[in-house]
Design a binder for this molecule. Structure first.
Ligand code: NAG
Ligand code: NAG
Ligand code: NAG
Length: 468
């Protein structure tokens, strides 16, 4: 059976499936107001994926994804992106790292895998191996920096100066990452491997690539913190920073380790991060709603330009994992990291689908399986306010959370139009709504550990205007 149809093809059934999917995911998240840009990892551990040329044109026409990372140097994929304004990170597979640590072999690799495609395909970066350091093969580890240097030299000899060379790291490179300011690399590797690697990055203006995965770091106490949901925060006494999400904490731990070696100035790229949308029945923290919360908030966060507490205003080239659900991966959750199914139907949207309005527009009469639309779905104005039974303590922690998350709380400060009545409930009401509106008006943006409720009644009064 031909399952590799394009979305724009003449298959009405497939297109209807797509519409239903968009409609359903829109029930959870519908960031139609903003288009963000982000990169994706295009993994191919599957036997049912579309052809690379279909993938390239799908990404260009239907999404705002402008960067793609692949785990090898598959010529079909690299060719498919020719003449598209989508930049590519290609990978020297781990099995080739030893070889390319010598210059002639690196030159052959570049001649075989880069030159035929350059410059028509926008190859912008070469990852030399994938997560080699934390994997522990001493011989391979010792060859990573020499291999990076050889590949860089080979590119230069071929006259190519706009392709960066790096290598992605799992968080397993860290000996310590909590609190973030105490972050340090594994002993034995920091001076011998990481200092020379960071020196290479500084000299060649290339980034240190890391794979922060709150998904692999959360406990039952820190799930909300991992998902960018309201939470009690994690305080770093050394810096006085109250971390409100685990992504920032992991990034700052890496930054602290780099700074400890004298390389706080080197750029950081988020080579992989993500959250699965499905898993085994009792698997904690895995759901479509959680995948949407993590990935949509992550995309928003890295597009905000705010940086992290220790890296204010810095931006991080970021690659979500992953483009597709990959059916040959081991384990149900591993198979469900994709933004899209193999037929291009979105599993959910994180603000990167083009033309959503147009896609969502068809009459709901054709959609039988859809849940009843919420007020927000119907285009009605909605606000987020405290539940009647929410305690002042819980509401105060909502205020602290919201006002620490970058939302403007001046209106509820002394002299502001919403300062009076000067009660915790009134201030929380303003703050919770401001957060709900700013973060995309999704039901879960008004959850606040079950202390918020969505209303269609405008809570504005006198001079105090609640945005909607
Ligand atoms: C190509 O993409 C870059 C951003 O990735 C953008 O700045 C540039 O304008 C694009 N060029 C064209 C011709 O679309
Ligand atoms: C970050 O940007 C803000 C707003 O532009 C600015 O006020 C602040 O000084 C910047 N901080 C740093 C550390 O550059
Ligand atoms: C950190 O922020 C959270 C949420 O805003 C708050 O509940 C907590 O008290 C704060 N902790 C410190 C030490 O400031």
């Amino acid at each position: 059976m031909e399952t590799h149809l394009m979305m724009g093809s003449s298959s009405p059934a497939l297109f209807t499936t797509f519409l239903i999917s968009v409609y359903l995911l829109c029930h959870f998240v519908c960031l139609v107001a903003a288009d963000y840009t982000v990169g994706v990892n295009y993994g191919t551990v599957a036997d049912n994926l579309p052809r690379p040329y279909q993938v390239a044109s799908f990404l260009k026409d239907q999404t705002t994804i402008d960067r793609v990372k692949i785990f090898d140097a598959n010529p079909d994929i690299i060719t498919s992106f020719a003449n598209y304004n989508i930049s590519l990170t290609i990978t020297v597979p781990n099995g080739d790292v030893l070889a390319v640590s010598n210059l002639p072999a690196a030159q052959s690799w570049v001649a075989a895998n880069v030159l035929p495609h350059y410059p028509q395909t926008k190859i912008r970066r070469i990852a030399v191996g994938n997560e080699v350091i934390a994997a522990g093969d001493k011989n391979l580890i010792a060859h990573v920096v020499p291999a990076m240097k050889s590949v860089h030299a080979a590119l230069k000899l071929a006259g190519i100066t706009d392709v960066q060379v790096s290598t992605p790291h799992s968080m397993g490179i860290m000996a310590k990452s909590e609190p973030p300011s105490s972050g340090r690399f594994r002993r034995g590797y920091d001076k011998v491997i990481f200092a020379p690697m960071l020196e290479f990055h500084r000299q060649t203006a290339s980034p240190f690539m890391v794979c922060p995965y709150p998904y692999f770091g959360f406990t039952d106490k820190t799930l909300d913190y991992a998902l960018f949901k309201p939470n009690g925060g994690v305080f770093d006494e050394a810096t006085g920073v109250n971390y409100t999400n685990m992504f920032d904490a992991q990034m700052d731990a890496v930054y602290s380790a780099m700074k400890r070696l004298g390389y706080g100035d080197v750029d950081i790229v988020v080579a992989e991060t993500g959250w699965p949308s499905a898993g085994d029945p009792n698997q904690q923290g895995v759901s479509l709603e959680n995948a949407v919360s993590y990935n949509a908030n992550l995309v928003k966060h890295v597009n905000s330009g705010l940086g992290t507490p220790l890296m204010p205003n810095r931006t991080f080239d970021t690659f979500l994992f992953s483009l597709f659900n990959e059916d040959l991966k081991p384990g149900l959750s591993e198979r469900n990291f994709g933004l899209f199914r193999p037929d291009f139907a979105p599993v959910y949207d994180v603000g990167i689908l083009r033309n959503q309005q147009q896609v969502v527009a068809p009459a709901p009469t054709t959609i039988t399986a859809a849940p009843s639309p919420t007020a927000a779905d119907k285009g009605q104005k909605t606000w987020c306010v405290p539940k009647d039974d929410a305690t002042d303590a819980a509401l105060q922690s909502n205020i602290d959370y919201v006002c620490g998350s970058g939302v403007d709380c001046k209106p509820i400060q002394d002299g502001g139009p919403c300062f009076l009545p000067n009660t915790v409930r009134s201030h929380a009401s303003y703050a919770m709504n401001a957060y709900y509106q700013a973060y995309g008006r999704n039901d879960y943006n008004c959850d606040f550990t079950s202390t918020g409720v969505i209303t269609t009644a405008d809570p504005s009064y006198q001079e105090c205007t609640y945005v909607a």
